[in-house]
Design a binder for this molecule. Sequence first.
Ligand code: PLP
Length: 424
Amino acid sequence: MVETYSRSYAQEMDARDDLKQFRDEFYLHNESIYMDGNSLGLMSKRAEKSVHDILDSWKNYGIDGWTKGEHPWYYLSEALGEKMSGLVGGKKDEVIATGSTTVNLHHLVATFYQPAGKRTKILADALTFPSDIYALKAQLRLKGYDESHLVQVESKDGNLLREEDIIDAMTDEIALIVLPSVLYRSGQILDMERITKAAHARGITIGFDLCHSIGSIPHDLHNWGADFAFWCTYKHLNGGPGSVAGLFLHEKHFNVSPGLAGWFSSAKDKQFDMDHTLTSADNAGAFQIGTPHLLSAAPLIGALDLFHEAGIEKVRRKSLAMTDYMMELIDHELEGHGMVICNPVNHAERGGHVYVEHPEAARICKALKLKNVIPDFRTPSGIRLAPVALYNTFEEVYDCVQILKTIMDGELYKQFENVRDVVS
Ligand SMILES: *Cc1c(COP(=O)(O)O)cnc(C)c1O
């Protein structure tokens, strides 16, 4: 029996890892330990190849690339939607690759926020990513309401939300709810099924931001009955910086008029009729606006193939084993250093990263980077560490915690100022 806190234990876990062959699919930086895949996933060889494939079709076919080649551009957004549908638990035509996270949120709110009578407010939470809040406030203003119409469920401890508090806030003044699936800071998973059922029991439309859960945990959006969802593809999905985002529209809404319509909202066979009356697609494709960003969609072809081969259930199993292991090591090795693990411990409530707080977090992160560990810092005192199932190893988790221990033991962070960089 190998001792849990030894390097050989980590090596043994790696030897038994049934996803270990995927590490070779990625461009790793040999000298560093990448723990930031929840902010920007690493580049894979498949993603690189699929970018070249799309460039080749432009080179070889010109305008005919829309219908020719291995990945005809005209159908690529739908094809990528289908590839993502299993990851969110949607039917294949309930998912489309389009836009960006924030644009898709705008589009969905422009469509589903229909204030009427007493129901004029939007419900969100106080911990979500700022872009979501800016978009919700902007949508309220467009409909003639001020910010008092945005209700944000507060957190008691600044890191976690209580589902009871969310449900209690679902009053008869709420027209629409938008919540994250996994909180970007603490990594808490909200029980989407429970919250969706509570919203629908009160006659409220609800959608989720899956940026921190897609590619990290399984979802069952169709069966849960969620009205809509949206997500980015550059975090756990490894689609590359600014890669085209995703959108889920439950089939019960296939007849809805897209709030920000454009010619790519059209039914595919009608689009080139050039009619001034839109016949929108009778699926999630209606939420496209204009010409798809082919060069930013291209890497997703290869990136998503890796998820199909690995399977999200296996990805989740390994991710939980790695975050369990990391927390155990932090508890054991960093005792007395004031590191507080603030992510939920229960598997059902924990997403794909570990979140620790320390008053010196900004400069601890700088010291980690100097020692070739890539974390990310979240102001004012958060350190996120994401061991990613497809490319990180247990031994890297071991090394990461050992390096953190060296930094804390030797107070090596004191050579830096405790302020964040422009991009952190
Ligand atoms: C990363 C992230 C975003 C980013 O939005 P973009 O439009 O892709 O820049 C939005 N919301 C959440 C919850 C995120 O984690």
